[in-house]
Design a protein around this ligand. Structure first.
Ligand code: GLC
Length: 557
């Protein structure tokens, strides 16, 4: 299992990969793409987007990673391609083209008055319908995301073979060590294309993931992919698994015996605060909700052959400091360390998203919609502006939601230094979107200079500590304490006789916590530099934690 090795993920769209167990960004990689969805619309799996480099650069990157004992995995976007992919161009060229069936085409429906309607009322992730009418052949094609991202037809065996060859074997043969598998549970769309129930009567299009996520042939497809491709390379996979709240269903993907995926990203933690009608209708939440989500996805593998992941950021989410703690000037560094301490004590493979290791935060609330670039955010804003006739209250609410949850929050250029463009590029035009106003305060160069006391320094220390005590921290069984407490989070980990205890203050005020009743707990690491000194006078199980402070204890080592 990959719980101990260092791993980088190259997203098709980003600028510094994720690092597991290492804050160690490397060169970016994007597949060739018109960039409608920041690279998740791939026009050629076997090329790199030219402004970002070449296939040779990736080969060098693979070699350089391997030399350093690191592994490299790529993002694998195979639910859909770009509409500029040669396969789709052929598919749309005529009804009898041999590749017609490589995508999902359906004839129109007609209302009683003769109005042409799409085959179903499904809503796309990026607003509007999941169907685009193609005048040329008089049919609709399916696109769960943008209309420039047509869904591949996985029912067609020839299509699956082409995907395995072009998107997977091509890179595995070059030495990549695996994949982060995009939208891994949407390839099997089900046999019936029927209307989704109306949950939002203000729109024709309705959320329809019930009909296209976790479809009937999903596990068959993943087994085939594993058997025909992945297992021949001993490749690791981490699947993106939205819309799957039932642990039993998640286990069907990650049970080691039934070879499908190595692990998945289950989304409950990052869905926290998303609205029911639309994700960008932010809803307040309380700490016990976060705690029960953590407990649920820690405990679901116990007694099974499944494996789990630990993460709370990715390129589709707001930054964790801003969402789960506080990004106020004097609170953001303690918050970053608190979250680092929590994550580094949890069971599973830990994923740290670029910028998380220096405590990057969400875009400033003052940024207008014109500063946003993400298709999902911008389309939603436009749709709601049209529907509400620019109602100021509604638009303010949407901007507030985007500022917390929007995908651009995690897509700002990486903050390398206090130089122009945050040191990201010396190209005069600058990067694809503006850099964070606070790049002078939050950047890699500064934190390297500050050393141990910085957020980056703390992450390094925690990752080392996690490795030293991997038995209990990476693999131990989880138990939560005082789970209804809205201010603090206390949990324990157990393996054999060994125990770990973690106490976290999720508020900006002092809080008293009680350590779990494990015998012989010894203080090991704290997010405040003087925690050890504070511990010297402590007696019994009660501890007073300062704002956003976390501490970790061990027993039975
Ligand atoms: C995944 C990606 C997201 C992308 C979508 C379509 O959810 O993480 O960024 O927009 O798939 O490929």
């Amino acid at each position: 299992m990959w719980s101990g090795s260092r791993l980088c993920i190259c997203h098709p769209c980003f600028y510094g990969p994720l690092a597991i167990h290492a804050a160690n960004p490397i060169t970016p990689l994007r597949f060739d793409s018109p960039q409608v969805d920041m690279g998740y619309d791939i026009s050629d799996y076997e090329k790199v987007y030219p402004p970002y480099g070449s296939v040779k650069d990736v080969e060098d990157l693979i070699e350089a990673c391997h030399k350093r004992g690191m592994k490299l995995i790529l993002d694998l976007v195979i639910n859909h391609t770009s509409d500029q992919h040669a396969w789709f161009k052929e598919s749309r060229s005529s009804k009898d083209n041999p590749k017609r069936d490589w995508y999902i085409w359906k004839p129109p429906r007609y209302a009683e008055d003769g109005t042409r309607l799409p085959p179903t009322n499904w809503r796309s992730y990026f607003s509007g319908p999941t169907w685009e009418y193609d005048e040329h052949t008089g049919e609709y094609y399916l696109h769960l995301f943008a209309k420039e991202q047509p869904d591949l037809n996985w029912e067609n065996e020839e299509t699956r073979k082409a995907i395995y060859d072009s998107a997977m074997r091509f890179w595995l043969d070059k030495g990549v060590d695996g994949f982060r598998v995009d939208t891994v549970n949407m390839y099997s769309k089900g046999v019936e294309f029927k209307d989704a129930p109306i949950v939002d009567d203000k729109f024709y299009e309705q959320p329809a993931w019930l009909y296209y996520a976790n479809g009937p042939r999903m596990h068959e497809f993943l087994r085939e992919m594993n058997q025909n491709v992945l297992s021949n390379y001993d490749a690791v996979t981490v699947g993106e698994l939205p819309h799957t709240p039932d642990p039993k269903k998640v286990l069907e993907y990650v049970g080691a015996g039934d070879k499908q995926l190595s692990m998945v990203f289950q989304f409950d933690i990052v869905d926290l605060g998303q609205g029911r009608e639309h994700k960008y209708h932010f809803e307040e939440w309380k700490l016990p909700q976060l705690k029960s989500i953590v407990a649920k996805w820690q405990q679901f593998i116990e007694g099974t052959d499944g494996w789990t992941t630990v993460f709370c950021e990715n390129h589709d989410q707001g930054r964790s400091i801003s969402r789960y703690a506080s990004d106020a000037a004097h609170e953001r560094a303690p918050s970053a360390k608190l979250l680092s301490l929590m994550l580094c004590a949890l069971t599973g493979t830990l994923f740290v998203y670029q910028g998380q290791e220096i405590g990057m935060i969400n875009v400033p609330a003052s940024w207008p919609i014109e500063s946003y670039r993400d298709i999902e955010s911008v389309n939603f804003y436009r749709t709601m502006a049209a529907r509400t006739h620019n109602d100021p209250a509604e638009l303010a609410y949407i901007m507030r939601s985007l500022q917390v949850l929007g995908r651009d929050n995690a897509r700002l250029p990486m903050q390398w230094s206090g130089e122009a463009h945050a040191g990201f590029t010396d190209c005069e035009r600058g990067p694809w979107m503006r850099v964070h106003d606070l790049y002078g305060d939050i950047n890699v160069e500064r934190q390297v200079r500050e050393g141990e006391g910085s957020v980056l320094g703390f992450w390094k220390r925690m990752i080392r500590f996690r490795k030293e005590h991997a038995d209990v921290l990476v693999h131990g069984a989880f138990e939560g304490f005082d789970m209804e407490n809205e201010q603090t989070f206390v949990f324990g980990k157990r393996v054999g006789e060994k125990r770990a205890a973690v106490v976290l203050n999720f508020t900006g005020e002092e809080q008293t916590v009680e350590l779990p009743g494990y015998e012989g707990l010894v203080f090991m690491v704290g997010s405040y530099e003087d925690a050890e000194k504070q511990e010297q006078g402590a007696e019994g199980r009660a501890r007073t934690l300062r704002p956003w402070e976390g501490r970790l204890y061990l027993a039975g080592c």
